[in-house]
Design a protein around this ligand. Structure first.
Ligand code: SF4
Length: 460
């Protein structure tokens, strides 16, 4: 039996895509390679959000070629433009000695055909055809994913992006934005909940631009997913959202849902309207703050995460000061803060005359980070002494027969605690006892009762 290994880089979307690729490879009759085995097929699911991410992936491919010279090495994800092998494709990556084939993720169903063109893999295609009844499936979303953690699953609802932020390569790599049919999404969600999912995260570059029948329909979709609480869904999350389509209706629906979590990740990117315009972000700081104020009015204990770019070309001291003021007013619970680095082939990479010196960008990053830590740590400390509901994502055996469990609360707070058994995939009550940086520690206070009632939003 041939074996495979997949190495995934980048965002949650890529991890979710890798679950579909896993499913295809399993159906081809390949098996997952053991940690110490040499895989026959190695797939790199790549990210190109930053140049460094691409360099890292290429380095990993070169190392893999040295370590496993006989393996067939394939690449998918954001770095790939064309599907095929050197015989029928002109993808740039095929010029690397370490790469045998590439496939656009939308072409995942063509993977068996590509593999079967290599000697020793001739049997791969017939097995795949037997499974599906046809040689290819046009829509890769229809491939049921082989989920890593059945309790906590990720469901793509949109693909691509139409926003063209000036620093971002996604619209060029992932293509224009398309939404999956709502029925297909709901079927997948229902199947996953029936198979044990407690938490569903809806994925997309801009989830709230989701369209059904030509209309913006994200609130509708949320309401329908929420119905799955009747068969055991406890938590609905989504990422990433964009301020442009974060309407009052979205907030109203979230406030009423039984499975919504009091946590929103809404990228602001900057606190100066001038910088937002330079980034081609089509909202103002005022609009962002209005959304958050409405959110906090309707869901008083909602935690808030954001994305910020510090040191964008042309950022003045005054722009940066405005960004810091926004952080002080918004009291973020977390910020994915990036120091601007030019991504080749984006408009921002051509703003060279306005580039900020590296040292200055670093200083601004640290100053901004200190402000975020102040609000984030203070907020976490308020939870000490309270009991949170944790969905366990990892459970590591410790000396002495205990397990160290890690998971997240409904507020998306990462929490660790000990137990006398593995609790992976369970939702349990944990009394918070302390904070280390962004992470909380606690004591397990309630035994899991198996099938629990969905909790819904609650006051903290
Ligand atoms: S919204 Fe902007 S940052 Fe997000 S994926 Fe689209 S272009 Fe990139």
């Amino acid at each position: 039996m041939k074996s495979y290994r997949i190495q995934t880089f980048g965002c949650q979307m890529n991890y979710s895509d890798s679950e579909r690729v896993t499913s295809v490879l399993d159906r081809c009759g390949l098996c997952l390679a053991g940690e110490n085995d040499s895989p026959d097929v190695l797939i790199f699911n790549t990210c190109s959000v930053r140049q460094r991410a691409e360099d890292k992936a290429v380095g990993a491919m070169r190392d893999a070629r040295k370590q496993f010279p006989a393996a067939r090495i394939g690449v998918t994800g954001c770095m790939v433009r064309q599907t095929g092998t050197a015989a029928d494709s002109r993808d740039q990556l095929l010029k690397l000695d370490s790469v045998d084939f590439t496939f656009r993720i939308e072409d995942a169903a063509r993977l068996p055909k590509i593999l079967s063109s290599f000697s020793g893999f001739e049997n791969v295609l017939p097995e795949f055809e037997n499974f599906f009844g046809t040689g290819e499936i046009e829509n890769y979303f229809r491939i049921a994913p082989k989920v890593k953690n059945p309790a906590q699953v990720f469901v793509p609802i949109t693909q691509g992006c139409d926003k063209f932020c000036t620093y971002c390569i996604v619209p060029y790599t992932r293509g224009r934005e398309i939404s999956r049919p709502i029925g297909e999404i709901l079927d997948e969600c229902e199947n996953l909940v029936r198979a044990g999912a407690r938490e569903i995260t809806l994925l997309g570059q801009n989830v709230n631009s989701f369209v059904s029948d030509g209309e913006k329909s994200f609130p509708e979709l949320l309401k329908k997913v929420d119905e799955l609480h009747k068969i055991g869904l406890s938590r609905t999350r989504f990422t990433s959202a964009h301020p442009q389509d974060f309407t009052d209706e979205v907030v109203d629906v979230l406030a009423k849902m039984k499975t919504a979590c009091p946590y929103v990740h809404l990228p602001v990117q900057h606190g100066s309207d001038r910088m937002l315009r330079a980034m081609n972000r089509n909202y103002s700081v005022e609009k962002y703050e209005k959304i958050i104020s409405n959110l906090r009015k309707k869901i008083p204990n909602c935690t808030l995460a954001t994305d910020v770019i510090v040191g964008f070309p042309g950022e003045t001291e005054d722009d940066f000061w405005q960004l810091c003021e926004v952080a002080r007013r918004m009291r973020f619970d977390f910020s994915y803060t990036a120091i601007f680095s030019p991504r080749k082939n984006t408009p921002a990479s051509r703003m060279k005359k306005d580039f900020i010196p590296q040292e200055q960008k670093r200083e601004r990053f640290h100053a901004f980070d200190t402000i975020v830590k102040d609000s984030a740590f203070a907020r976490r400390e308020k939870f000490i002494g309270q009991t949170l509901e944790i969905l366990v994502e990892s459970s590591q055996p410790q000396l002495g027969g205990t397990f160290l469990n890690g998971g997240r609360s409904r507020e998306f707070l990462e929490t660790y605690f000990l137990s006398d058994q593995s609790l992976i995939g369970k939702e349990v009550s944990v009394k918070i006892t302390g904070r280390k940086g962004y992470v909380l520690d606690g004591d397990w206070v309630g035994k899991n009762k198996g099938k629990q009632k969905p909790a819904g939003l609650r006051a903290v």
